[in-house]
Design a protein around this ligand. Sequence first.
Ligand SMILES: [Zn+2]
Length: 357
Amino acid sequence: MQNQDQEHESFVKEQGYFLQEESNIDNQDIDLSLVSLRIALKAYFSTYQCFKGLLSNVKSTKDIRDIYTFEKQRTSYHEEYAKCIFHFHHFAELVLIKLLSINGQDIFKHSTDNKIPDEWKQTIAFNVSLKTLVDYIESKPQNYQHLEFVLNNKEMLKRLNLLRNKVWHRGLYILYYEKLDEFIGKDVLPFIVSVTEHQAYASYTKWKYKKLACEIDPITEIINQFKYQSYNMEKVAFIKELGRAAYNNPLLEIHNPLWKAESLKGHFIYQKTEHENKALFLYQNNNESKICKCPVCDANSLLIYKDADYELDENGEIENLSFYPYMIKCECCSFELHTDIENASKYEIKEIIDYWV
Ligand SMILES: [Zn+2]
């Protein structure tokens, strides 16, 4: 038994590597909370893709359990939902522990058992961390103001913990598509902005998606939707898809300081041209399609696909032939919309052209 335990121990220690052992100067994955944040945001932004083209069905039934015919879409939504809740929770939990530790607070100070190993401390109950931190802030220690955002988000954090427990312990409980939008857009994203602007996290940037060519920032835009406007499911889906594609953008970042290096510039042009050529090939093989610049990655690789509409006369000949756009897809970053989402101008998104014309 002891031999087996030693084998497990050596497997864990010798068959992988610790991130902090890497010498790469750009290594920001060292903070696990930010790895979780990235996974959670990607999952949330992907929830439109689960129902792409069928969003009106989600809206009309108000209950995705009723859409029995869309089993594949529902399964995909359940997966993204679980990832989203679980990783936002993990992010928040590690943030609470970090904020406690940088303020010299030990969540185990009242514990009678002083033999708790360090690695167990990472699995401490979310509620204990939250309560300890809230008590600490409410005692108004010196310079407590930088932690006040935790008090403002206390109820959201409790709700996130409840949702996570329902995912993890009591069978998979799923929020309706619209309710997830509301919870993330109204409550969770503002908390993320507060955390990532806090001095303990401000120097980290790798959790975020690459800048979009159209200069829309999906997180800011979704927060604004819930802050200043009434919820529009399709508009939020449009913005989520911009965010998902931005994470998927394979091109080197134009605004990256390393951009000055000529060798990288050459690589960027090679990458971009490769995707544009792929799009050009598809364009040449799809009748009546159109090709244009992508608002996410800036490559000339966004295809507007069109389908034919016609009638047959008494001799079986085609008449009144016309073509209508039904889908756009970028061959570089994978930005993809269907006609369940209306033109950008309908949602007053001025930075993006209308595709359904
Ligand atoms: Zn693109």
